[in-house]
Ligand binder design. Structure first.
Ligand code: MOS
Length: 721
């Protein structure tokens, strides 16, 4: 199977990430952060910083860079620094020092004196619950909804009429994407054009946002981004260093490099909200769900720009039920910005819902898989549009067999000093597409190029372009050069929302058809080698009545060096015919030490139904990454916010992440039913579903092992003593 095309450049250090770009005369920006959580900057004394060795400039809201609003149709408005003197969280970017070296910029940044008019900060999520606000719609979908069976007056009535009810409150922690590559940028001005090198999830979107912030026509901004060191939603929007580097490069007419330190990444970028979720499930004695209520609260920054849509998945994907009620409130706090993080909504939402399903199984004395089977949906709850393709039960069958589920005891088992339990959860993530355009070029040397602006944040999209390009042109993948991460290529949408393969892949198929049609037209045109003949295309060759030539030879025969065509795709009529989601069954085994409370995940298995899998090796890696993030969310990760708004653990020493010793061998399996009702490639998304349900499966396994039900993540030793 094809390996990852960017593997060798990445592991040999030849891949050029944003901050690896260097230019003659380049200067370095160091971002200055606020040291209060709420208030206004009264003054900034930059005299000492300006006279420090090597300093070229200091920019603040008072001596600013003239930055404007940035937005894109896909992501809406993005926060741009230095536009005013408001401080809404501790660690907010409030200035940038530019110097000849990074060290000089950093030293001078420490000399900037800031005085504030401080206001009381709201930092407690729990305290903010009482005055929570209604959440706005999420990407056009209302986050509060009620569906009731005929004759049922309210969800409370439906719950009251249910013979078995479980009701509980779950909490999930604030998280940060913490990608390996900190947010960074190098900006260069030449001949009225700005070239910006900065990790992102869609280079044309970044060009649009930077152009907006700098009041430039989009054509004057060139965003370049061939390699991205992890994004996970955290590079969907343009980062603070990119705006600052771009504007400073214009002001100084010198190339500027600006990178966040690891600690700065935790506050100067956006992360995942904290959530509190109240769930009530009502069922009959056989486990059929009669009522589902899921009320959510999530933290958001004071700009209220992003609400983690936790209960949304319950209404749009999960279980069949006649009575359903979801609601979503937000708690604005003086904390860093929140944004999309892998499986936004579904990741924390599934912890609550899938823990509650396990609690219901216990209450019913029912097998947890059997309970899930009984309530499997054929369409999103309350909707008529059936799933295009759903093989979740097969995922559970395969998983149960591979995992030895039949030997599971409701009370776990004991192995020496270790209490051993197994748990499961359903995973779901909607299958989406974004508009995408791809250009294909056939070259006279028998090679071809596939180009789109998008990004490969480590997902394998570059390799997927090559594979689908090769299939569509019916030639070997070695003859294809895939290109990504350049805003001058046709707009490829974004590597986000688990959409890239379905979006770009479909556009490749359209572009290939176009370029082949054009090639055949050249072949049979007057003066062409097959003038007037019926011509066909296969194996990279044009076939006439009597003979055949490879496409390159044909191009040479008509005096062409190359032939290009574009193809586009976008969600369309299929949206009116079916509902689309990827599905999966998560299994895990956890060992809890009976004396120390230490919990170790000892086995992990995910079985996924995501349509056609383009490359099993890459898909497996992607999903393993998701499973590992699930372990991390369940047992390690969480930002501690102090009352003064400081993040107590904003570094890799204290923001806990799993290391190799924390992760067992991971088993990932697929059932493959190409979903051509969704798109011509037949692939649904796999980017986000890997993490969904994992934290619940772990909490459920811990309950199975110990009898202790922990309703928050991360689960710590203290919870299990
Ligand atoms: Mo993803 S959270 O849509 O990058």
């Amino acid at each position: 199977m094809t390996g990852r095309l960017d593997a060798v450049p990445k592991v040999t250090g030849r891949a050029k990430y944003a901050a690896d770009n260097n230019f003659p005369g380049m200067v370095y920006g160091y971002v200055v952060l606020s040291t209060i959580a709420c208030g206004e900057i009264a003054a900034m004394d930059v005299a000492a910083a300006k006279s420090a060795p090597g300093v070229v400039a200091v920019y603040t809201p008072f001596e600013g860079l003239g930055l404007s609003v940035a937005s894109s149709p896909m992501m809406g408005e993005t926060w741009v620094p230095l536009r005013n003197t408001d401080v809404a969280y501790r660690g907010q970017p409030i200035g940038v020092v530019v110097a000849e070296t990074f060290e000089q910029a950093r030293d001078a940044a420490a000399l900037v004196q800031v005085s504030y008019d401080q206001k009381p900060a709201r930092t407690s999520f729990e305290a903010g619950i009482a005055t929570a606000e209604d959440a706005p719609a999420f990407m056009g979908n209302e986050l509060s909804a009620t569906v009731l069976a005929p004759g049922v007056e309210s969800i409370e009535d439906a719950l009251a009429a249910s013979p078995v009810v479980v009701e509980a409150t779950y909490r999930t922690a604030t998280q940060n994407h913490a990608p390996m590559e900190p947010h960074s940028a190098v900006a260069v001005w030449a001949d009225g054009t700005l070239t910006i090198y900065s990790g992102n999830q869609g280079s044309d979107l970044q060009a649009m946002e930077v152009a907006g912030a700098l009041n430039l026509p989009i054509s004057a901004v060139h965003a370049v981004n061939p390699y991205v060191g992890g994004a996970f939603g955290g590079k969907g929007r343009t980062s603070v260093p990119a705006f600052l580097a771009a504007a400073a490069a214009r002001a100084l007419n010198r190339p500027v490099k600006c990178a966040l330190t690891r600690e700065q990444v935790f506050t100067a970028t956006a992360g995942r909200a904290a959530t509190l979720q109240k769930i009530a499930l009502g069922a009959d004695k056989n486990g059929t769900l009669l009522a589902v209520r899921h009320d959510s609260w999530s933290s958001t920054a004071m700009d209220r720009s992003f609400v983690e849509p936790t209960s949304h998945g319950t209404s749009r994907e999960w279980y069949a039920t006649e009575n359903l009620s979801i609601s979503q409130k937000m708690v604005p706090l003086n904390v860093p910005l929140t944004t999309f993080m892998r499986a936004p909504g579904e990741a924390p939402g599934s912890f609550a819902l899938e823990s509650a399903m396990d609690e219901l199984a216990v209450a019913l004395k029912m097998d947890p898989i059997q309970l899930r089977r009984r309530n499997s949906s054929t369409a999103p709850p309350g909707k008529d549009l059936q799933w295009s393709s759903k093989h979740l039960e097969e995922c559970f069958d395969i998983g149960a067999r591979r995992f030895g589920w039949a030997n599971r005891s409701p009370r776990g088992r004991v192995d020496g000093d270790w209490l051993v339990g197994i748990g499961t959860a359903t995973a779901m993530f909607p299958a989406l597409r974004f508009p995408a355009t791809v250009e294909i070029t056939l070259n006279a040397d028998e090679t071809a190029e596939v180009r789109t602006s998008g990004a490969d944040p480590g997902t394998g999209l570059l390799t997927v372009l090559s594979t689908i390009g090769a299939e569509s042109l019916d030639i070997a993948p070695e003859r294809i050069t895939p290109r990504l991460g350049d805003s001058r290529y046709p707009s490829g949408g974004m590597s986000g929302g688990s959409t890239a393969t379905a979006s770009a892949g479909t556009a490749i198929m359209v572009a290939a058809t176009e370029v082949i049609d054009d090639l055949l037209a050249l072949a049979s045109a007057p003066g062409g080698p097959y003038e007037g003949q019926e011509v066909t295309y296969a194996d990279g060759r044009v076939y006439g009545t009597d003979d055949t030539v490879p496409f390159g030879e044909l191009l040479r025969a008509v005096g062409r060096e190359s032939l290009s065509a574009k193809g586009s795709s976008a969600p369309g009529e299929e949206m009116t015919k079916h509902s689309f989601s990827s599905f999966g069954a998560q299994f895990c085994e956890v060992r809890v030490h009976r004396l120390t409370g230490e919990a170790r995940v000892s086995r992990l298995l995910g079985v996924f139904d995501a349509g056609r899998i383009i490359n099993e090796k890459l898909a497996s890696s992607q999903l393993s990454g998701g499973l590992i993030w699930g372990v991390s969310a369940a047992l390690h990760e969480g930002l501690e916010i102090e009352s003064d708004g400081r993040l107590a653990n904003a570094d890799f020493a204290s923001y806990l992440l799993p290391v190799n010793a924390d992760i067992p061998a991971i088993d990932v399996e697929f059932v493959q039913y190409p979903d051509t009702l969704h798109n011509a490639v037949g692939a649904r998304g796999i980017g986000e579903i890997g993490v969904v349900g994992v934290a619940a499966a772990i909490a459920n396994a811990i309950y199975n092992a110990t009898g202790i039900r922990v309703r928050h993540i991360p689960i710590t030793i203290e919870d299990l003593l």
